[in-house]
Design a protein around this ligand. Sequence first.
Ligand code: NAD
Length: 264
Amino acid sequence: MTNKIKNLFSLEGRVAIVTGGDGRLGIEHAKALSVAGATVYSFDTVRSDALAKVATHIDVDITEPEQIARAVSQVIKDSGRIDILVNNAVIDPPLPKEGEAGWEAYPEFPQAQWEKEISVGLSGAQYSLQAVAPIMIKQKKGSVIQISSTSGITAPNHSKYPAGRFKSAAYPTVKTGLLGLTRAWASYFSAVGAPDVRVNALCLGAVNFKEITPELLEKLKGRNMLGRPASPDEYHGALVFLASDASAFMTAQTLIMDGGQTTW
Ligand SMILES: NC(=O)c1ccc[n+]([C@@H]2O[C@H](COP(=O)([O-])OP(=O)(O)OC[C@H]3O[C@@H](n4cnc5c(N)ncnc54)[C@H](O)[C@@H]3O)[C@@H](O)[C@H]2O)c1
């Protein structure tokens, strides 16, 4: 029984791609998948030394389908298969310091910034799915995990921010859009005879990274039922669950891990 449960969560012999895997949470996803046994690749425009211990970085701009196709071919050449895709990459500029530009009022929000956020967070997820889908369909098995957020469920509360600063409307649009993309692709895989290529979304709450300020930490404490933001490694379990056979009967769903925030 014990071994059966362990095997359910094992990713031994599986191959995973994490988009934006060199970022703060991307590295955590890569660690979790690698500890569970997977060979992990990060598709990212930026290289992080911390990732090198757990995954292979490939320079990819996921807004460019040809770059994704090239990188996917490299993964297949080196590892022979693709079992897991984690659509994690994002453009989410932090609250600007006083005097800096950014977080503009919605009527003045720059078109270029809007397009950049949508093209990385949403179109990049679609293009990455398009690149791995034929391989997963051929394998008749795979797990795609779309990293969404509480922002995929609730509205940004602008009153939390300094006067005249507004959280980009593109961010919740991307995170909500990923939930639709999840359901559409899960249904597609079922329609083309590959129902075991599963697609699920994981909505995360705020994370306590090192750079968090004491003021923001204080604010975040009141935001959910657990009274604290997540530590960066606290999503490992959910990620391995969705990537592995432990979630074999789950597709087209949204798993919310937010300390109770969105039910308050
Ligand atoms: N940080 C949080 O508190 C939090 C909370 C909820 C959900 N999330 C979600 O978790 C995910 C990761 O967030 P994070 O905080 O680690 O962000 P991050 O900014 O640290 O990492 C994002 C990564 O995406 C990469 N990227 C950007 N453009 C790219 C492109 N064109 N092609 C390939 N890679 C590109 C960046 O280089 C970076 O490494 C996001 O989907 C985010 O919405 C984060």
